[in-house]
Design a protein around this ligand. Sequence first.
Ligand code: ACO
Length: 382
Amino acid sequence: MGLVHVSHFLIFSFPNISVMEQINAVITGVGGYVPDYILDNEEMSQFVDTSDEWIMERIGVKTRHILRPEQGSGVSYLMTRAVRQLLEKTQADPASVEMIICATTTPDYHFPSTASIVAGNTGLKNAFGFDMEAACAGFLYAMEVAANYIRSGRYKRIIVCGGDHMSSMTNYQDRNTCPIFGDGAACVMMEATTEEMGLLDGYYRVEANFEHLHMAAGGSAKMPSHETVDAREHFVYQEGRTVFKHAVTKMSDAVETIAKRNGLTKENITWLVPHQANVRIESAVARRIGIDEAHVMINIDHMANTSGGTLPLCLWEYEPQLKKGDKLIFTAFGAGFSWGASYMVWGYDGAAEAQKSPAQFYKEGEMSREDWYRLRHSEKSE
Ligand code: ACO
């Protein structure tokens, strides 16, 4: 029997008959990392005119993790640790990974790519890799890109990272944007399967809208200069109300499209995994498709908006609750505008996997900030 690789299918050739098996791309592991430092709303209200009450009511963020220069620098610091955890949990040989895609808006440098730095740090010596920039929709797009490499039949094992060092482009003098963002990264292993599971459908769009959400300078259109630094043009600029409306409408439409195309209803969707931009946006999208909030992954209260990191950080945190066969809809929206939704059937029972190396993050109320630091630093010295 000969085995021939053809786009999307494995063809088994028998003497008089060909049986075609579809190749799908399924997630087989999750790793993540958030930095130690916790910036809470009380501390923030000491340097910008805001309050815990306003931020909780209008955004739903209580605390965010921030990568401080004394701890490390660059998004590669976060992604390297996420990939190390993924390799440890899956016991995958780093040399068997064929590709790494890093979805980020805050790469370490314009070049070389963050993917090359993370691959070097984690021993992916047989992989090629690149960065993908699609703001908060980066990880959603990157999963689709990785899945298509796998569906082609040429690649079997790809790491997809999503994360951002948002504090590197957050203006802590601007109360309209600074409460929203945090730092963090997570990653997934995507592998080939002939089972009917993994990433099964996607709806993605991009549209030019510079005006309402951008970083004005630092790229090739407006190079960095003393003037751009003085004008604080290297930070996120956002017109919140306009972006809010686009985010709700576009994510809801995308989720509805994907649900209809795949016969998904509020009764059979196990998890909605929305981009974590504002808890009011997440609730509005959930309401529009009628899904109960118990089936919506939400961690914005302690993670904030980590841009490319929000979707994989949700998987990292909810992994213990995920079961083989669960039906997930992912949705994201970000600058560009870039947005979409995808449908995935989950590939493994997460409880045992998560136990190998539990997700570690700070959650207000579970321990004091001092205990969190003590825990993190005692672990490092062991
Ligand atoms: N503390 C206190 N008051 C504040 C703060 C603050 N941190 N921020 C704004 N205000 C004030 C404003 O000055 C305004 O006061 P005024 O009425 O006297 O002028 C009032 O609160 C209301 O301001 P809005 O901007 O209308 O507040 P809104 O309820 O819309 O919340 C927010 C703002 C949180 C930014 C919201 O619009 C939002 O979440 N937008 C979408 C974000 C998003 O999805 N981004 C996409 C991804 S990000 C990326 O791609 C990089």
